[in-house]
Design a binder for this molecule. Structure first.
Ligand SMILES: CC[C@@H](C(=O)O)C(=O)SCCNC(=O)CCNC(=O)[C@H](O)C(C)(C)COP(=O)(O)OP(=O)(O)OC[C@H]1O[C@@H](n2cnc3c(N)ncnc32)[C@H](O)[C@@H]1OP(=O)(O)O
Ligand SMILES: [Co+2]
Length: 145
C-alpha cells in the first residue's frame, strides 16, 4: 500500500457539508460525482497528497444511510492507494482478511476499488483503490482480461 489515498466521511447532506469542509480545509471542493452502484453522491477535496471524500446517501437503505443511522456522521473508511489491486487483494485474502468484493469494482474519481470487512480490521472499513487507467494498461500488457 503506497499511501492513504482518501478518508471517506459519511455526511447527511453535501449541500451543508461541502461549504463546511471548504471553510475547514481552506480549499474548494474540486469534484462531485454520483456513484449509483454504491448509492452515494461524493464530493472531493485535495489535502496535500491525500484526499477527503464526503459521502451522502442517495438511498435510505444504502450503506451510508445505515452507517449514519447507527453511528452518526463521521469517518466511514480509510482508502489506500495500491499499484496492482488484484495482487493486493490476493495477498490480503491469503493473510485471512475478508474481501467484500471478489473482483475490483468501479469507484469514484476514476478508481477501481475493493473493501475489506471491518470485523477483521479492528473495526475500520478499509478500501483499496487503484487508478483505473493504470489497471487497464497492466491488464493489456499482461494479457489478462
Ligand atoms: C464512492 C465510491 C467509493 C470510492 O470510490 O471511494 C466509496 O468509497 S463507496 C463507500 C460506500 N460503500 C461501501 O462502504 C461498500 C463496503 N461496505 C459494505 O459492504 C458495508 O457497509 C459493510 C461494511 C459490509 C457493512 O454492511 P452491513 O453488514 O449490511 O451493515 P450493518 O449496518 O448491518 O453493519 C454490520 C456491522 O458492521 C459495522 N459497520 C458498518 N459500516 C461500518 C464502517 N464503515 N466502519 C466500521 N464498522 C462498520 C456496523 O456497525 C455493524 O457492527 P455491529 O453492530 O457490531 O454488528
Ligand atoms: Co472511498
Amino acid at each position: 500500500m503506497r499511501k492513504i489515498e482518501h478518508i471517506g466521511i459519511a455526511v447527511s447532506s453535501l449541500a451543508s457539508s461541502v461549504p463546511l469542509f471548504e471553510k475547514l480545509l481552506g480549499t474548494a471542493c474540486y469534484k462531485t460525482e454520483s456513484v449509483e452502484t454504491e448509492r452515494v453522491n461524493t464530493a472531493f477535496f485535495q489535502t496535500g497528497e491525500n484526499k477527503i471524500e464526503l459521502l451522502e446517501s442517495i438511498d435510505p437503505d444504502g450503506v451510508i444511510a445505515r452507517f449514519i443511522e447507527k453511528k452518526g456522521e463521521g469517518i466511514h473508511h480509510i482508502a489506500f492507494d495500491v499499484e496492482d489491486i488484484e495482487a493486493e487483494m490476493a495477498r490480503l485474502k491469503a493473510e485471512g482478511f475478508v474481501l467484500l468484493n471478489e473482483t475490483p469494482k468501479k469507484g469514484a474519481d476514476n478508481k477501481l476499488v475493493c473493501f475489506l470487512h471491518p470485523k477483521h480490521t479492528n473495526g475500520v472499513l478499509v478500501e483499496l483503490c487503484a487508478n483505473a487507467n493504470d489497471h487497464e494498461t497492466r491488464m493489456s500488457t499482461n494479457g489478462r482480461e
